[in-house]
Design a protein around this ligand. Sequence first.
Ligand code: ATP
Ligand code: LTN
Length: 335
Amino acid sequence: MGDKRGEMKKKRVFSGIQPTGDIHIGNYLGAIKHWVSIQSEFDCVYCVVDLHAITIPQDPKVLKAKIREVAGLLIAAGIDPEQTAIFAQSHITAHSELTWILNCFTPMGWLQRMTQFKEKSERQKEKVSVGLFDYPVLMASDILLYDTDLVPVGEDQKQHLEFTRDLAQRFNAVYGETFVLPDASIPEVGARIMGLENPTKKMSKSEGGEGNTINLLDPPDIIRAKIKRATTDSLREIRFDESRHGIHNLLVIYELFTGEDRGDIEARFEGKGYADLKNKLGEVVVEGLRPIQTRYKELTEDPQHIDSLLTRAAERVRPIAERVLKKVKDGIGIG
Ligand code: ATP
Ligand code: LTN
């Protein structure tokens, strides 16, 4: 931990998650599960991005509770707070400062091309904030402040990662080597878990109805019911076929929770109907989430506990961010 990379020679990993809505199995299978599995190999820093959350309107009490909930869920899912830093973005002011500086080096046109902004601003209509437009610059600041080598994210963040690299290169070209260029790490399977009701769109916290997502804290009966209602098709065969969005998505979820290979899964459901698949998948997901839910309950018995972990983690990583920020300020002649 801290900044002992010289001694440990571990590459640095940074990623973030928004404390909005309910964390779902798309977040888990596309991102969090990988964050857990790479902890000992890399020097990992994970951030609850509360400044990103306020790019759309939030209720203050709910937001405060969600920051704790997300941090608690990351730990319950297997992030070890002794080894890995989990902190809240707003606890380190360097994120906001670097964002302002990088704003002054970001061409408007680059931001106008961001597809996530186009989608989210359509939903926000006239309420859309400058903050939402600037979301990718804040994300670039998060990543660049920690000399990040690798950023594990789901497929939807690919364009933001390319933007981050372009911005870092542009800055380095003018002011000399300042930022490390980060690489995205996107899983081969699970990078885009689709909605249950609408399997042509990604499972999302902020879009789609209640039945579209399976949340990590959903009770077993709700999980089973949501899977039963999942959209399928009028065919019969149970096969991994990407053109059949609904069934493919259910099979991918099955694959990722069981670790079985595709041939074995298809053989298991040979001659069986969709109801069999859904029943079995319901059990697999309920059992897969059970240990996370149990751990989460234990952890949150004392709400102060999570708060103090967040505070300590911010203290540990703040010097890394401040050093990079100083280098930036020195480079441009301010500070
Ligand atoms: P929203 O849909 O409201 O933007 P979100 O569900 O994408 O929110 P984030 O906090 O923005 O949640 O994302 C956290 C991580 O989860 C990111 O790495 C993101 O790429 C990943 N992720 C989000 N949705 C999915 C999905 N459906 N499948 C796979 N990975 C996902
Ligand atoms: N935009 C990301 C969340 C995020 C992030 C980051 C991810 C904010 N800052 C830095 C990786 C690295 C999302 O998942 N929607």
